[in-house]
Design a protein around this ligand. Structure first.
Ligand code: UT7
Length: 323
């Protein structure tokens, strides 16, 4: 018997306010056509002034619990992947824990920027297969609208707010790739690339700061590293692109998504794409895409899914799971 972290439910939450590309034309030298043709993005959601990351995360967690048919009291681990927590401390995760009525267990945040959900899923997997927890909620939640420089056309048009969540349970598997649940993970980081994607502020600098990015450089790394990490995870299982039912990639740029799929030999008809509606929601993008893919009827029980993401750090990785 091999313990597997199996998905019981999925859910998401998007703030009510939808901001179309045209909104940026009012104050910036940009065009809706440029944004769509260079990124695939058509619109994104922005949180209301009084709405915080933990609010979004709590809504997504509640939706995932309802989808799983599980009570929050029966969950013993909660992880929030975010770079935009409400407060310096306590963690967004403990706020969400309280909000959703989870009265026991433990909760903590993970910060690996856009790769945060992949890192959080890998940690949840380690907790569940090692017996340190039996049921976990893994959430990706962000309010990147708070750290965007609205005068920088190279970045402000790219990002959006939102949250998505999975409920996972430790179950016995046969130890084969036919098992449901998380089958393989691959995590990487390289701090020498700090300056190509960062926020120029933080607690220790006494400012909040704004997101700064050398887009072309990040693009170059993404195209190379995302296919590499996906292949590495699949290779651990003796599998390849042909075995994949769905790629559910980080949603930053449609050109990156297409190039990664092509390198993996997976047709775009087997890729869940939500970037047109959500923009880049950093750690929230993969669980938002998983939830959207499930509600569209794309992801079906038993499908082999590869998720992959890259973000500031650089930090990047992938998870292979059977839905
Ligand atoms: O989630 C974390 C990972 N992040 C990513 O994966 C993002 C990776 N990077 C990208 O997606 C792309 O590099 C961008 C979408 C950010 C930029 O696309 P690009 O094709 O690399 O454009 P570029 O930065 O080379 O800029 C091309 C031109 C420039 O003008 P000049 O110098 O050629 O005259 C930019 O100033 O496009 C200009 N430009 C814009 N024009 C209209 C940059 N932003 C805009 C804009 N509207 N919003």
């Amino acid at each position: 018997m091999t313990k597997r972290a199996v998905v019981l439910g999925v859910g998401h939450y998007l703030p009510e306010r939808v901001v179309p590309n045209a909104w940026f034309e009012e104050n910036l030298d940009t065009s809706s056509d440029w944004i769509t043709s260079r990124t695939g993005i058509e619109r994104r959601h922005f949180a209301a002034d009084d709405e915080t990351t933990s609010d979004l995360a709590a809504h997504a967690a509640t939706a995932a619990l309802a989808n799983a048919g599980i009570d929050a009291k029966d969950v013993d681990a909660l992880i929030v992947a975010t770079s935009t927590a409400d407060l310096t401390f306590p963690s967004a995760a403990t706020m969400v824990q309280h909000r959703i009525g989870m009265t026991g267990g433990f909760a903590f945040d993970i910060q690996a920027v856009c790769a945060g959900f992949v890192f959080a899923l890998a940690q949840a997997n380690a907790l569940l297969v090692s017996g340190q927890a039996n049921r976990a909620i893994v959430i990706g939640a962000e309010t990147f609208s708070r750290i965007i420089d609205f005068e920088d056309r190279g970045t402000c048009v790219l990002f959006g707010d939102g949250a998505g969540a999975l409920v996972l349970e430790a179950q016995d598997g046969a130890g084969s790739t036919a098992d449901r649940g998380i089958l393989a993970t691959d995590l990487n980081s390289d701090g020498s690339h700090r300056d190509i994607l960062y926020v120029d502020g933080g607690v220790s600098t006494k400012t909040t700061g704004h997101l700064r990015m050398q887009g072309k450089e990040v693009f170059r790394h993404a195209v190379e590293k995302l296919a590499d990490t996906a292949h590495t995870s699949l290779r651990k299982l003796g599998l390849g692109g042909d075995d994949v039912d769905w790629i559910v990639p980080h949603q930053a740029n449609l050109r990156i998504i297409k190039s990664t799929a092509q390198k993996m030999g997976v047709g775009m008809d087997r890729v869940v794409v939500t970037v047109q509606d959500h923009g880049n929601t950093s750690a929230a993008s993969i669980p938002l895409a998983l939830s959207t893919g499930a509600s569209r009827g794309q992801l079906k029980k038993g499908d082999l899914i590869v998720t992959e993401a890259i973000g500031g750090g650089l930090a990047w990785g992938s998870v292979v799971l059977r839905w």
